[in-house]
Design a protein around this ligand. Sequence first.
Ligand SMILES: *Cc1c(COP(=O)(O)O)cnc(C)c1O
Length: 409
Amino acid sequence: MSTAPVSRQTFDEVMVPNYAPAAFIPVSGKGSRLWDQSGKEYIDFACGIAVTSLGHLHPELTAVLHEQVDRLWHLSNTFTNEPALRLARRLTETTFAERVFFSNSGAEANEAALKLARRYAHDHFGGDKTKIVSCKQAFHGRTLFTVSVGGQPKYTEGFAPLPGDLTHIEFNNLTEAELAIDDNTCAVIVEPVQGEGGVTPATQAYLEKLRALCDQHNALLIFDEVQIGVGRSGQLFSYQGYGVTPDILTSAKALGNGMPIGAMLTTKKVAASFVVGTHGSTYGGNPLACAVADKVIELISQPELLEGVKARHQLLVEGLKRINDKYHAFTEVRGQGLLLGAQLAPSLKGKAKDFVNAAARHGLVVLVAGTDVVRFAPSLIIPEADLAEGLKRFEAVTAELVEKAAQPA
Ligand SMILES: *Cc1c(COP(=O)(O)O)cnc(C)c1O
């Protein structure tokens, strides 16, 4: 077996080509900083993709993980385990939920939510109530069911036949919602803030309308908070800021701060349709991920931490606006809390990925949301000095790309 060092080149030699990873390989992290193989340092405005919301190697999370690693790794769902029970209790105490199902990812949490909605309708209203309504530009994961429910045709291309009775409507369009949601609808699924689709918050009126239509037609309202949940909005979960309560809420990403875990939260009444044997997962609810997630929720649900998100939101928005006043690179900066998107001006159309690549050269990690939005998802506890330094580097990136765009082709 080869013991030669691995590099970015190795990816092309041994990995399935479904990703196009950056040219550099980060090898260590601390807080909001990362270092690559050559020792170069980066400010992290991405947190994976909104995952490491308490930064890299948070000492309290590391301690909890070490403790659990030395105690017990795995049992299977033939047994329950203490970390899963503690986490589920904490989630029910801090949200609308009365029952919790654990998965290993966001897609699996949504898969569980959609299956539960179909099953619940089947149990209570018979066989015809199967329609699932979702939004264009939505992202709900990459399993065949979740990718079909998602609203980005490029992700289902070539994977037919797809699951049936799915209807896609325009996000934030009340009229389309009214036309699509009927007595055959078993569920409506929506991201309170569309993440992958462009960092677009739902309007207050839209979520209220979906709630009312679901009540009117006995459909379940599912909020996919895989990206915006767990503190990123400035609330523990975004629905709490809207004051619109779903029947099912899905979480993942930041829930484990990097440990793979997802959760589906629901009411006792809806949960009752998942009787013994209807659904399951080998690793879902494993002690390692649950121990960490329990600490994550404990830390992130503290009011001072959530206040800190709002303060950093202000700093980041102001910083981006200052940059934009100088370079006119964006038409809009939008989002909630510390999930922000900068919509590129027409002169920079299609260049979001160029921002990511240039940022890397300047020692900064940012994300895209589509081809025309630069997405920012820094740690919820990023030190103000790191936030300022990251903005300084982003200004240099913006200056460079705006200048380049102005040059004759
Ligand atoms: C990332 C994401 C998912 C999928 O989560 P995975 O853990 O990658 O399966 C689902 N919904 C939303 C809103 C997401 O951002």
